[in-house]
Design a protein. Structure first.
Lengths: 172, 498
């Protein structure tokens, strides 16, 4: 994928280059490797009387992770100018965030409101915002799905899902 | 002949009415999962796994493995009718399947795809039936060093056989191992890498990782690719099915080749996706008219579907006999076995005969049921994809969140699911393979335990991995596969030098 694109620069919207995220992910992996190595050293990587200590195995894992991610990191740096591969178009990134942001809000809301109300809101939001549905289908789908989950999980399989103040008010 | 007797015994376990109902439910859910973007075999089973905790393990595995077969079948529907691969292993099916649909031959393409899936699976199950007991008996003599060597072989063959750059394969794998090591060390009881967070005591659950990586990650990718589902409609009637079946025996050689590729890639952890591409490539190269591929050649549907199904099925062989899954989905099933209190590996064949043979028998039945269901219900599934993505996407997110929560009834897991989802998106975009990470996360504790036991036996000397011909040849093969990319690179370089 390192071939430069055929279209000359300037004839279309500039896209995000792959090299930025590539470098960031490699750096993140290097940081994780450092955390692994640091904690392995803390619990001990040598031998105790009864065998290898707890850090013995993870230490090597950390070293290998550091080695491989550093390889990616530095080869990205070395080929920085040469690598013109694209990560995604700007519009594409926008649609990805159009999904990612509501989902993040959804999961944050779950902590306080339980799973049912945020689920209904998430489905409703998407249907109104991106599906351009009328209120009737929007409301009915976003109510039916959580209710179906309630019946299948809480009643049928007896698996409780997180509930919030509104469900408590309703007496569940 | 002992295998035949055991298999008959297995059929009597699998053929009970409740198990047949679970089979049908599993197949139906599986096709649905295969058709919907963002839900696939691995994360679909991961989401449903908590619901089976209270079930009898044999019924549970029958249902879950049928979800897997269903997902394998379902992937073909969207590839052929919509040019959208529902599963990564059906990407190669779009090459010729969609052109066939455009030419109005959707019904033939679907029949060919389903039938070849069935054939591939049937060969693979037959292989499991006769090879698994032998392999299990052989593996009974394995010590910790042999086990570690086999695990090493599994992971080295990822490096050797992946299309991705070795540094990325190793990074992804080591990240999996590192995440598996978080939490309490099973041998010394010491806490590792928790950095004071009580949520990390249990470590990272691979089910959460699978739901995030394959579920949320896939939804984000689908968002990016735009959401115009413009499909061809198809009606399958018996006449077309029979007509297509009449043509198929002509391609027996393609079937055999693809099955061989599939079984090989399934047992070694290549997996269904590379198997389908490889098989497609071979079929094109061997064909008398390679130019017709990509324009609606029926062989271009047969080859990848046969191989994908053969690989998907035979991935269960090392999972059952050695406790080493050949694919992420097999890894999830393995996790299920452990949750139900069954230790996968050779002892399974001795201690839980009913379970093993019931499962193997259910593979025959499940694939047959799957073929019938899928042939009769295609229009119904195609209708699912006409539901706008603005409805499907949030519903799938909700399903993933519910699935992640129910694994341990923990909100932290739901948050981790999102983190894994973002990681899955980035990994996919930057071409880090995800299967090695999932497998390392599942096998991490086991690999560490067998490594430490081997080290204890040898007093810390690595020579134990060469101490007898068996372990030596497994380790040797592992090292060979590990350096395979270097070797082929060197060969390339020499070739360019000339």
């Amino acid at each position: 994928m390192n071939e430069p694109s055929e279209v000359p620069i300037g004839t279309r919207k500039p896209a995000f280059k792959e090299r930025g995220p590539e470098l960031a992910v490699a750096a993140l992996l290097m940081a994780i490797a450092a955390l692994v190595i640091k904690d392995s050293l803390r619990v001990g990587i040598d031998w105790a009387d009864d065998g290898p200590k707890a850090g013995y195995f993870p230490f090597f894992i950390g070293l290998l992770l550091l080695g491989s991610s550093a390889t990616i990191f530095f080869s990205t740096l070395i080929n920085w100018r040469k690598n013109q591969a694209e990560f995604a178009e700007r519009d594409q990134m926008a649609t990805v965030f159009a999904m990612l942001i509501p989902v993040t809000v959804y999961i944050a809301a779950m902590v306080w409101l339980g799973i049912y109300v945020p689920s209904a809101l998430l489905i409703g939001y998407f249907m109104r915002r991106y599906g351009k549905f009328g209120w009737l289908p929007t409301v009915s789908v976003s109510l039916v799905v959580p209710v179906a989950f309630f019946i299948v999980f809480e009643r049928w399989f007896l698996v409780p899902l997180p509930k919030g103040p509104i469900e408590n008010l309703l007496g569940f | 002949m002992e295998e035949i007797n055991n298999l008959m015994q297995g059929f009597s376990v699998a053929m009970t009415l409740p198990n047949l109902v679970y089979m049908l439910v599993g197949i139906t859910l599986g096709i649905l999962i295969g058709v919907l973007p963002g839900l696939g075999g691995a994360n679909g089973i991961a989401i449903l796994l908590p619901l089976t905790f209270s079930m009898n393990p044999t019924s549970a595995i029958i249902m879950l493995s049928c979800i897997y077969w269903g997902a394998l079948f379902g992937g073909a529907i969207t590839s052929i009718l919509f040019n959208i691969p529902g599963e990564p292993w059906s990407v190669a099916t779009t090459f010729d399947g969609y052109p066939m649909a455009q030419q109005g031959k959707a019904a033939q393409a679907l029949t060919a795809a389903f039938t070849s899936s069935f054939v591939g699976a049937l060969f693979a199950v037959a292989l499991i039936t006769f090879l698994a007991p032998v392999l299990a008996k052989f593996a009974l003599h394995f010590g910790p060093a042999e086990y570690f060597a086999v695990q090493l072989l599994t992971f080295c063959s990822f490096v050797g056989m992946s299309k991705e750059p070795p540094a990325k394969v190793i990074s992804s794998m080591m990240l999996g191992f590192a995440l598996a090591a978080v939490g309490m060390d099973t041998v010394t009881g010491q806490l590792r890498m928790t950095y004071g967070f009580p949520e990390l005591l249990k470590g990272f659950d691979f089910l959460i990782a699978v739901i995030g990586l394959f579920g949320i990650g896939e939804i984000l990718l689908t968002m990016e690719e735009g959401l115009a589902f413009k499909g061809k409609s198809a009606k399958l009637n018996m006449r077309v099915v029979l007509q297509t079946w009449k043509e198929l025996p002509r391609y027996w050689l393609t079937f055999l080749r693809s099955t061989a590729v599939g079984c090989w890639m399934g047992i070694t952890p290549g997996g269904a996706t590379p198997a389908s591409f490889m098989s497609y490539g071979i079929a094109r190269r061997m064909s008398k008219e390679p130019d017709s591929f990509g324009k609606g050649q029926i062989e271009g549907v047969l080859a990848p579907e046969t191989a994908a199904h053969a690989a998907g099925t035979s991935a269960l062989l090392p999972m059952l006999t050695l406790g080493i899954p050949g694919s992420p989905t097999a890894a999830v099933l393995l996790g299920g076995l452990m949750i139900w209190g069954l230790q996968p590996g050779p002892m399974l064949f001795v201690e839980h005969k009913d379970f093993v043979w019931g499962l193997i028998a259910s593979m025959y039945l499940g694939n047959l049921v799957g073929l019938v269901v899928v042939l009769t219900t295609v229009p119904f599934w195609a209708a699912f994809l006409r539901i706008p993505f603005s409805v499907i996407a949030p519903v799938i997110v909700v399903i993933c969140a519910v699935g992640a929560y129910t694994v341990h009834s923990s909100m932290f897991d739901v948050v981790m699911m999102l983190v894994f989802g973002i990681a899955g998106y980035l990994f996919k975009k930057l071409k880090y393979p995800m299967a090695p990470m999932v497998l390392a996360l599942v096998l991490g504790d086991m690999a560490e335990a067998s490594f430490r036991q081997s080290m204890l036996l040898s007093q810390g000397s690595l020579s134990i991995f060469w101490s007898n011909p068996l372990v030596g040849s497994i380790s040797g093969l592992a090292i060979l596969l590990l350096f395979w990319p270097l070797w082929s690179k060197a060969k390339d370089a020499m070739g360019h030098g000339k």
